[in-house]
Design a protein around this ligand. Sequence first.
Ligand SMILES: NC(=O)c1ccc[n+]([C@@H]2O[C@H](COP(=O)([O-])OP(=O)(O)OC[C@H]3O[C@@H](n4cnc5c(N)ncnc54)[C@H](O)[C@@H]3O)[C@@H](O)[C@H]2O)c1
Length: 274
Amino acid sequence: VRGGAEETTTGLLRLRRLESEGKLRCPVIAVNESRTERTFNDRYGTGQSALDGILRATNLLLAGRTLVLIGYGATGKGIAQRARGAGAHVVVCEVDPLRALEARMDGYEVMPARDAAERGDLFVTVTGSRAVLRKEHFERMKDGAVLANAGHFDVEIDLGELAELSAGVRQVLPLVEQYALADGRRLNLLAQGRVVNLAAGEGHPAAVMDMSFANLALAVEHLTLHGDELEHRVIDVPKRLDEEIARLKLESLGVRIDELTADQLEYLSSWGAG
Ligand SMILES: NC(=O)c1ccc[n+]([C@@H]2O[C@H](COP(=O)([O-])OP(=O)(O)OC[C@H]3O[C@@H](n4cnc5c(N)ncnc54)[C@H](O)[C@@H]3O)[C@@H](O)[C@H]2O)c1
C-alpha cells in the first residue's frame, strides 16, 4: 500500500487519530477537505440530496415550516441554504461558537437544541457525532415532528431512547416510522435514522460526484508518482489539482473566467506598492 485518499469527514477523524498515535503507516490524502470536494459535494450535493430524500419520504411542504438543523458544518450549511430557499424557517443548533456566529450572521436563528426542540416541525442532524437528538429533546417536541439524519450512520438520533419513550411504533409510509409517545404525541422517524439522502433518495447527483471522483483519481495518481516522498501523515490535496478540477468543471459547464494581468500578478506578489 503506497497511500490512501479519504473522502469522508468521519474517515479523516479516525485517520488523524491514527496519525496522532503514530500508527498511520502510509500517506493519506484528505480529499474530503479539498475545495472542489468540500464546497460542492457537501454544500450543494448533500444540501440538495438530503432535502430530496426527506421530501421523497414524506411529501412535506417545506414552505412555512420550521426546520431545526443540528450542525452547521460544510454539509449543514448546504441544507440550511436549500431549506431557506424552499421557504422554511431555519433554526441552527451548534456547539462551535464560530460556526454558531456564522449561522447567526448568515441570517438563521441560533439556539440550543433543547429550546429548538419545542419549535421544530422537521429536525435534521448533520454533526458526525452521536445522540445529538435524545430523550431531553424528544420530550419537548411537537406532535407530528419529523426526524431525519443526514450525518453519520444511524447514531445521530438516539433510537434507543426514542424507543424507550414510545408506547408503540407504526409504519405510516414506506420510509416513515411513527413513534407514539406515552402522552399521545407522535414523532416521525425517517429511514430508521439512517443517512437520509442515501436511504430515502439517490444520494448526490452525478454532477457533483464527478469532482469528488476526479479528486480521488488525481490523488491516487499523485500517490503513485510521489508516494515515496510523502510522510506517513494526512496531507492536503495539492492546490494545483484542486484548481485543475475546478477549471475542467467550468469548461464542462461552458463557463469562461478572467485571468490576472501581468501587472496585477506583479502587484499582488510585491510589497513595495501601497
Ligand atoms: N449525507 C451525506 O451524504 C453526507 C455528506 C457529507 C458529510 N456527511 C456526514 O455529515 C457529518 C458532518 O459532516 P461535515 O463535513 O458537515 O462536518 P463538519 O465537522 O464540517 O460539521 C459538523 C458540525 O457539527 C457541529 N456539532 C458537532 N456535535 C454537535 C452537537 N452535539 N450539537 C450541535 N452541533 C454539533 C460541529 O461543531 C460542526 O460545526 C459527518 O458525519 C459526515 O461524514 C454526510
